[in-house]
Design a protein around this ligand. Structure first.
Ligand SMILES: Cc1ncc(COP(=O)(O)O)c(C=O)c1O
Length: 410
């Protein structure tokens, strides 16, 4: 089925003031989306409106406090729709890493020595370090699912072998921020369920590219970060209602203990919460209104952007295929991947990123906190150059990038 028609790239770009930035005589091209996307006017406006017009702390009896309560409740509903959840299952926090440490600490209170936790070599360390710390504290056994460096996917057979009656936690990423690999978390979690393990998904790199469906994935917890999908710097956590209720979370006695609010510590980033909801609305707004619900429009936008992303990746892959000094890593174009392409560059990723930056091409380099991936690929020292294609990325920008990479040959 062909994707729905959504706003064209030119129209999408007009929403982002950052895209007008110039570097010398060049307009800046942002390839750093996997590290954090640019933010459209509507998101910034929602945050400004909040701070100018409704700013207050929560749960008091005057209008700005009531408005704050209403805006946060509405944002919970919006993020719930984004993830296919219920509003009571959405918590906000500083970022995904902080939320993950918080959940892990609470789960840790129930762990016994010899219990097993499964993590993967493909994950960002935000979904590894909290479990590593737990294993150390509680005497649990940490089992690693290896990355198959030939396919850029996890070793499925090793995963099956790792599951055991002692498995208490399975922590996996839905998409790799370093390689773009999409993992079939739904199948992995279905298998984990048979052991009774708690299942935790890192959707930080997946959520900006594909519609998350927590009911279909059937995980206990899933986290993402709004600043990766055109929103502000804030983390979003989904927890199944009964999994949240069962968590022995460290919390202040007087703070709310019902629903997902029990996962939130102290005063929240209200403007960030409002901005995260505005980011979801922005994504939905790119699809025709007649398509239906906000979730249906988000789905249509992601579908169409995925299609465009595949073309951009194919163009990029094809171009670097003619440059022996550049070696792409990760799954092939048109396979199960996001539009994030990492590559080894002769001379190292740092020199490459600097050379690109000088030409107004902003791209990240290093290991992107996916240090196990870098270790397995043997690029710890030289790092990778990472190109992220987002809603505002154009073919012309890929051409500029290819020209700059071409000039790195000498
Ligand atoms: C896949 C993935 N997981 C987790 C994180 C950490 O997210 P946060 O910065 O919200 O803690 C990142 C950030 O780059 C990421 O890409």
């Amino acid at each position: 089925m062909s994707p729905h028609t959504i706003a064209d790239t030119h129209t999408i770009r007009s929403h982002f003031p950052a895209l007008e930035r110039r570097q010398g005589d060049q307009v800046v091209a942002y390839f750093d989306g996997p590290g954090g996307t640019q933010v459209p006017r509507s998101v910034v406006q929602s945050m400004t409106d909040y701070l100018y017009l409704h700013n207050a702390n929560t749960h008091w009896l005057y209008p700005t406090s009531e408005e704050t309560d209403a805006l946060i409740a509405a944002a919970r509903t919006t993020l719930a729709e984004f993830l296919g959840a219920h509003a009571d299952e959405i918590a906000f926090g500083a970022n995904m890493t902080t939320l993950m440490f918080h959940v892990a600490r609470a789960i840790g209170r129930t762990l016994q020595p010899g219990d097993e936790i499964i993590v993967t070599e493909l994950d960002h360390h935000a979904n590894i370090a909290p479990w590593q710390a737990l294993a150390k504290e509680r005497g649990a056994v940490l089992k690693w699912i290896p990355l198959d460096v030939h396919t850029s996917h996890l070793d499925f057979d090793a995963y099956v072998r790792a599951l055991s009656p002692r498995t208490r936690v399975v922590a996996i990423g839905a998409a790799s921020n370093a390689l773009g690999t999409i993992t079939d978390v739904r199948s992995l979690i279905a298998m984990a369920k048979q052991t009774g393990a708690m299942t935790v998904v890192d959707a930080v790199h997946y959520a900006p590219h594909h519609l998350v469906d927590v009911r279909a994935i059937d995980c206990d917890f899933l986290a993402c970060s709004a600043y990766k999908f055109y929103g502000p710097h804030i983390g979003v956590l989904y927890g199944k209602a009964h999994a949240i209720a069962a968590l022995d979370v460290p919390k202040l006695e007087p703070s709310p203990n019902a629903g997902s609010e029990r996962l939130e510590t102290g005063t929240q980033n209200h403007e960030g919460i409002v901005g995260a909801a505005a980011a979801v609305d922005f994504i939905a707004s790119l699809a025709p209104a007649e398509l239906g619900s906000r979730r249906e429009r988000v789905a249509a936008t992601f579908d169409a952007l995925h299609h465009r992303g595949e073309q951009l990746v194919a163009h990029l892959w094809d171009g670097i295929g003619r440059m022996p000094w550049v070696t792409p890593v990760g799954p092939l174009p048109n396979s199960s991947r996001t539009a994030t392409v990492s590559m080894k560059v002769r001379g190292g990723s740092e020199a490459a990123a600097r050379a690109l930056a000088a030409r107004g091409l902003f791209a990240s380099n290093g290991d992107f906190y996916a240090s196990t991936v870098a270790r397995r690929l043997g690029v710890e020292a030289e790092g990778l150059l990472r190109i992220g294609c987002m809603a505002y990325t154009t073919d012309r920008e890929i051409d500029r990038l290819l020209a700059a990479l071409h000039d790195l040959r000498s």
